[in-house]
Design a protein around this ligand. Structure first.
Ligand SMILES: [Zn+2]
Length: 130
């Protein structure tokens, strides 16, 4: 038995977190869809004979319109749901130690334990200042 490990979530808590993650995922997807719908509405006011190039440009703009942070969160949620399927949910993606119940309750799509997250952020800061 591991000693002095951070309190991890139990498998019986998986359904609760799956529900939270699915709900958040649906909210994000709906928002992304709404942004797309707004853009296609705007498209209708344009001349119908758009070139392929112009259509590609419009698609690129619609992707940018979706907040980058929302897309990142959505990716994290998809990964978290995959970890639920793999029965590895609640462990760190980097060191595979338990993430800790308090941290997961606060952010169910969290991928790293606090020490790996801190390391990653410090690395990011160094890259940013370069
Ligand atoms: Zn870790």
């Amino acid at each position: 038995m591991p000693r002095n490990k951070a309190e991890s979530i139990e498998k019986k808590q998986y359904p609760k977190f799956r529900k939270l993650l699915e709900e958040r995922k649906n909210t994000l997807l709906q928002h992304i869809e709404n942004v797309g719908a707004e853009l296609s509405y705007l498209d209708q006011s344009r001349p119908p004979e758009l070139s392929e190039e112009a259509q590609e440009e419009a698609a690129a703009i619609s992707l940018k319109a979706v907040d980058a942070r929302e897309r990142e969160e959505l990716e994290d949620i998809v990964l978290a749901i995959e970890k639920l399927d793999d029965k590895t949910y609640g462990t760190c993606d980097s060191c595979e130690e338990p993430i800790g119940l308090a941290r997961i309750n606060f952010l169910p799509s969290v991928r790293y334990c606090i020490s790996c997250q801190t390391k990653l952020e410090e690395r990011g800061k160094h890259q940013g200042s370069f």
